[in-house]
Design a protein around this ligand. Structure first.
Ligand SMILES: [Zn+2]
Ligand SMILES: [Zn+2]
Length: 189
């Protein structure tokens, strides 16, 4: 059960919760499959609150990850001698393990290829997943210790007070409805 963080302004009475960014967010891909949305917390000027905002994965990093996964997909101890190969064929347990590993790697590769496809198709800048506004600034919310109050380098817009983060002190059990978005980050009703 996760524990949300409370974000408060040191000057006015504004207070919000990191719970706002929790959820199950997915893009609807062209082939009717879905892709998990990479997101973080940010200040949305339009919502005037901390909201879930998009943060796109890096294309070069994703390509490098695919290359590494493809390399891992080839068994490093591929059969070299006919004797080894016979043993390999008759080792059912090993074959099953290898199949599971390959299936896992294939799924990971497919997911990362979908990310590249998403990056190719996306035209708009990252936006707020609550209202669609692009007027956003990323605000990292640290995970703080119980009893700790940590100031973060972000001033409350139009107020100037600094934001501090502390634990809410309660753990919440929540289930999240699936929220679906277009490739340009707009909510699909
Ligand atoms: Zn304030
Ligand atoms: Zn917003």
């Amino acid at each position: 059960m996760p524990e949300p963080m409370l974000i408060s302004c040191s000057r006015c009475g504004f207070e919000t919760s990191s719970r706002r960014i929790w959820g199950n967010f997915n893009y609807l891909m062209p082939n009717n499959t879905s892709l998990s949305i990479f997101r973080t917390s940010g200040w949305c000027r339009s919502c005037a609150n901390i909201e879930p905002v998009e943060q796109f994965p890096d294309r070069q990093k994703t390509k490098a990850e695919i290359a590494a996964l493809e390399k891992a997909r080839l068994p490093s101890d591929a059969p070299k001698s006919p004797k080894w190969f016979r043993w390999f064929l008759f080792s059912k347990r090993r074959a099953a393990k290898l199949r599971r590993e390959q299936a896992y790697l294939n799924r990971e590769i497919l997911e990362k290829q979908m990310i590249l496809r998403f990056l190719d198709l996306r035209t708009d800048s990252p936006c707020c997943l609550s209202c669609g506004s692009e007027d956003i600034s990323i605000v990292d919310i640290p995970s703080v210790q119980a009893g700790e109050v940590v100031e973060i380098p972000f001033a409350h817009p139009d107020c100037g007070g600094m934001f501090t983060v502390r634990r809410a002190g309660v753990r919440l059990t929540m289930s999240f409805p699936l929220r679906t978005y277009t490739l340009n980050g707009k909510s699909v009703p």
